[in-house]
Design a binder for this molecule. Structure first.
Ligand code: HEC
Ligand code: HEC
Ligand code: HEC
Ligand code: HEC
Ligand code: HEC
Length: 251
């Protein structure tokens, strides 16, 4: 009996010690900087809470009250901030994607949707290969941004030109066509698909806000063509398109 008890105690002691050592917070700046959570595979399953335990400033920082030249932040609006969905005071980049009401309503972005790894020496999320060389020394793969900040791909849609100029031909409403075309959309872990459709009913500009309204790029994103009811065969331009969203985005 006594031996049994001793053994149990010893066992529990070992387990708790090992667990404590494993879960102990890093004790130096360098340990934290090189914390395995920054690298694959740990980063793939990391939660926002785990990242924010060390990076709380990401959610708390605010833009300067005024620029170094003295322009108050409340006095400036960039072109992309004149879109009707833009609301509230100037906010930081991270808060606009994670914390502001619009971000929470339409999106479900996680730290690791954008940060696929962080190597303090190289910054590149992916080891440089021929195809990924472009991302070298960028913290985040710019392809991820392109998903929501690409051009409106008018030519493939039969829209004669830019949406600003020709949208009125379609009552400025994408749903004129998209009630029936490519209806299996946004079934990914970083978007709230139903909320997006709902928001578009209230404000048709919702769709444009991610498909041209804030295009930092001169190219459109080559979206996968997820099968939809009544799907038409792939047109010539879509022959090489995947038929499913990227695997890391599947729900
Ligand atoms: C144990 C604490 C800790 C955790 C947890 C942690 N980090 Fe870090 N991270 C650091 C430290 C320390 C640095 C170096 C900061 C510096 O030099 O400014 C750093 C650097 C970074 C950088 C580069 C910052 C820069 O200024 O270039 C990014 C991006 C980053 N971490 C993202 C993440 C993400 C995403 C997660 C969650 C998957 C995460 N970190 C989890 C401590 C942590
Ligand atoms: C929409 C994509 C996106 C999301 C979501 C995102 N980040 Fe970032 N983050 C970026 C980009 C882009 C940069 C700037 C990278 C560069 O300078 O190369 C950045 C920079 C950083 C830095 C460096 C310090 C700074 O302020 O520039 C840290 C730390 C960081 N992110 C942590 C996080 C954490 C923690 C989360 C989750 C709570 C998160 N990020 C979510 C895109 C994102
Ligand atoms: C899932 C869609 C999505 C992804 C991915 C995304 N963004 Fe955004 N981004 C948005 C939306 C929506 C807004 C508008 C937020 C608002 O107006 O409240 C926005 C706004 C912005 C703004 C303007 C912020 C402001 O204060 O006006 C910048 C800059 C930006 N994004 C850069 C990026 C970069 C860089 C990346 C890649 C690291 C990225 N975005 C990835 C959806 C996305
Ligand atoms: C005149 C009809 C029409 C209108 C109006 C229209 N689209 Fe399209 N859209 C299409 C067609 C056709 C396709 C391609 C269908 C296919 O894949 O076979 C398409 C494809 C797309 C794609 C996928 C592009 C790709 O590269 O795979 C997106 C995103 C899109 N539309 C968004 C929008 C948004 C946002 C609006 C409103 C701002 C809009 N569309 C207005 C007809 C239209
Ligand atoms: C918050 C940003 C955002 C909004 C708002 C938005 N989209 Fe998208 N859309 C995306 C992203 C990101 C993808 C790519 C999803 C993936 O990873 O497959 C996408 C994909 C699509 C596709 C390609 C679907 C496929 O897989 O074949 C179409 C079509 C489309 N969107 C139309 C629309 C329409 C119509 C609206 C308005 C009802 C709209 N989008 C609103 C971000 C957005």
């Amino acid at each position: 009996m006594l031996v049994n008890k001793l053994l149990t105690t010893l066992f529990l002691f070992t387990v708790t010690t090992l667990w404590a050592v494993h879960a102990a917070p890093p004790t130096s700046y360098d340990d934290a900087r090189w914390d395995p959570i920054h690298f694959s595979p740990a980063i793939e399953s990391a939660t926002n809470e785990q990242c924010l335990a060390c990076h709380r400033e990401i959610m708390e920082a605010t833009p300067l009250e005024q620029s170094p030249a003295g322009v108050a932040r409340s006095d400036v609006l960039a072109w992309y901030q004149t879109i009707s969905l833009y609301a509230g005071e100037q906010e930081t980049f991270h808060r606009r994607h994670l914390e502001t009401p619009l971000a929470k309503e339409l999106m479900n972005l996680q730290c690791n949707t954008c940060h696929q790894g962080h190597n303090p020496r190289e910054e590149a999320p992916i080891p440089p290969t021929d195809s990924a060389a472009y991302t070298l020394r960028k913290s985040v793969d710019p392809d991820t941004c392109l998903l929501c900040h690409g051009q409106f791909n008018a030519p493939i849609m039969g829209v004669p030109g830019s949406w600003q100029e020709f949208g009125h031909l379609f009552q400025n409403d994408c749903m004129i066509c998209h009630a029936a075309i490519r209806t299996t959309r946004h079934q990914v872990n970083y978007l709230h698909d139903e909320a997006i459709e709902q928001a578009a009913k209230e404000n048709p500009e919702t769709c444009y806000s991610c498909h041209g309204g804030r295009s930092w790029y001169r190219i459109p994103y080559p979206y996968p063509r997820n099968e939809w009811p009544g799907m038409t065969p792939a047109p010539e331009w879509a022959k090489d398109r995947p038929t499913q969203s990227q695997s890391r985005f599947l729900r």
